[in-house]
Design a protein around this ligand. Structure first.
Ligand code: PMP
Length: 306
């Protein structure tokens, strides 16, 4: 059974889902997407689609920024996702990628009066960062795009040129990941991750006004830290040099999980080992994404394919 896509309002084998070369989104990045975890629980023989509704709510918000109007409700999108998963016959962790895009063959540079469409594909789950060994980062020479340039609160395709520039620079200089500062020099986020520091037993993370994507893993970790560990999170501006003096640092993201940052700009973070609070959050997060903690049943969209 080949992998399936939902494309032009129907399900079809992935290799039959193709866009034309004049598609507006291909030229100008006028599209938005989301990334959703489907976690396969081999014991219970089911998928836990983690915070599925929240991902689609965020995608519909990104659509509003781009003047894309989809004929689907959040419930429709959730149903469509499980149908795609059922057709694709995976029995392992998967990554679901919905994309809403300006689909018209029209090279006019604008958002209005251009047809749009929606597609979704499913793939095996990528290993993005080494969450066991931890990651080494640099502060990027690229600045985070500002809200009044391309709004980073949307997962807008064109915005990811900013992330790709920073990621490639970091990796070609021998680091695993980049940390971007915003225009005012404050810490914003990673190329596809939010960032947290641990200082004096509290979590510190940049606020939405520092040009971050409001990550669903970020929100999950803030709640787990408060409810399960009694650790509060302060959302405030973070100076670059705080990265060098923090006790612990970690990234959060759907593809990145909770990823310990052990080094920034060739300075060890804390002891240079994975910290206590980071370890606890990694454990809690890996449990909730499988839908195994009844306290968070609102986060689980469980689907048994057989
Ligand atoms: N920031 C950026 C730029 C991202 O692309 C992502 C990945 N979606 C995140 C943060 C983390 O968001 P989430 O936890 O919702 O995956």
């Amino acid at each position: 059974m080949p992998p399936y896509a939902f494309f032009r309002k129907q399900f079809m084998p992935l290799d039959e889902a193709r866009v034309g070369v004049l598609t507006q989104a291909l030229h100008y990045g006028t599209a938005c997407f989301d990334g959703i975890r489907g976690n396969w629980d081999d014991e219970k023989k089911r998928f836990c689609l983690f915070r599925l509704q929240d991902h689609y709510k965020r995608m519909l918000d990104s659509c509003r920024i781009l003047k894309i109007s989809l004929p689907y409700s959040i419930d429709d999108l959730c149903r469509l996702t499980t149908e795609l998963l059922a057709k694709s016959e995976y029995r392992e962790d998967v990554y679901i990628r919905p994309l809403a895009y300006k689909s018209e063959a029209n090279l006019a540079i604008r958002l209005h009066d251009i047809e749009d469409d929606f597609l979704a594909v499913v793939a095996t789950f990528p290993t993005y960062l080494d969450t066991e060994k931890g990651v080494r980062c640099c502060v990027s020479s690229w600045c985070r795009v500002d809200d009044n340039m391309i709004p980073p609160r949307g997962k807008i395709c064109g915005l990811y040129v900013n992330s790709a520039l920073a990621k490639t620079e970091a990796m070609e200089n021998g680091f695993d990941e980049a940390i971007l500062l915003n225009q005012s020099g404050h810490v914003s986020e990673g190329t596809g991750q939010n960032i947290f520091l641990v200082m004096a037993g509290e979590l510190i993370t940049p606020p939405s006004s520092d040009n971050i994507l409001m990550g669903i893993t970020r929100d999950t970790v803030i709640k787990l830290a408060a409810d399960e560990l009694g650790v509060r999170t302060i959302e405030r501006q973070i100076d670059r040099s705080e990265l060098y003096v923090a006790d612990e640092c970690f990234f959060t993201g759907t593809a990145s999980d909770v990823a310990p940052v052990l080094e920034v700009d060739r300075r060890a973070v804390g002891t240079g080992q994975i910290g206590r609070i980071t370890t606890q959050l990694q454990r809690l997060y890996s449990e909730v994404i499988l839908g195994r903690n009844a306290r968070y049943s609102d986060w689980y969209y469980v689907f048994s394919p057989d």
